[in-house]
Design a protein around this ligand. Sequence first.
Ligand SMILES: C[S@@+](CC[C@H](N)C(=O)[O-])C[C@H]1O[C@@H](n2cnc3c(N)ncnc32)[C@H](O)[C@@H]1O
Length: 259
Amino acid sequence: MTTASRRSKKRRKNRKREVNIRAKCRTDKESQPIISPKVKKYWRQRYSLFSRYDEGIKMDEEGWFSVTPEEIAVRHAQRSVAGGVVVDCFAGMGGNSIQFASLGYHVVAIDIDPGKVKMALDNAKIYGVDNNIDFIVGDFLQLAPFLKGNVAFLSPPWGGPSYKMTENFTLDLLKPVDGYTLFQVAQTITPNIIMFLPRNVDISQVEELSWLSSPPLNVEIEENYVNGFLKGITAYFGNAAYWGVNQETSLHHIHEVLG
Ligand SMILES: C[S@@+](CC[C@H](N)C(=O)[O-])C[C@H]1O[C@@H](n2cnc3c(N)ncnc32)[C@H](O)[C@@H]1O
């Protein structure tokens, strides 16, 4: 082979490599979803929101900052021992519904936004639990009187990421109605209520919710951390609270002992 043909072969090889690199850059860019600056921070945490994110999980902008991190949703489901039927009153992207369904509960998942319900259904399919969930598009406040369930799970809107600016998040800041009204509406379904609330929520107000029932409901409050960061507060009421569960369990045990 002459020097000239060797040079031309090398040039052809280099050109091919350049084309390959350009094609790879294009594919990398294409496979990245379009992320608005508002969502960027949450997108970096995508696997803590949905561990199966890469399998085609769908999210809208509100969904990015309002979905329950998966680890916490698993915890909620594990604590939902009073459940047979769980009503997920504000289902959003399905973060909680999916975990309740994964533990074998039947879930009634409600959201007022049809687009979110469609995404939640698609997300549930990825986790293979869509058959355990009945999705309903509607206003929870209107639907509640017609629903029955063993646990009502409330993850209402906190008013967007600006909730963090408030030092003491009072229950009147919850959407679409204040926390007291919300709790009373949920009680028409069941006294076993689980509420996922901002980390800066006024804890004494949350405890007061148990007094909306007579006799007052058991209540237990827990902090929820992901990777060492406090992400929210969960309040368990009725038999969803440990105290209620223990009491039920021990009563059951007494019946067994007495035959
Ligand atoms: C905090 S997000 C729920 C996030 C959900 N737990 C998840 O993990 O994806 C609150 C949801 O409540 C829905 N919502 C707001 N008002 C509602 C209403 N009156 N009835 C039912 N859903 C409502 C919103 O569309 C939003 O998706």
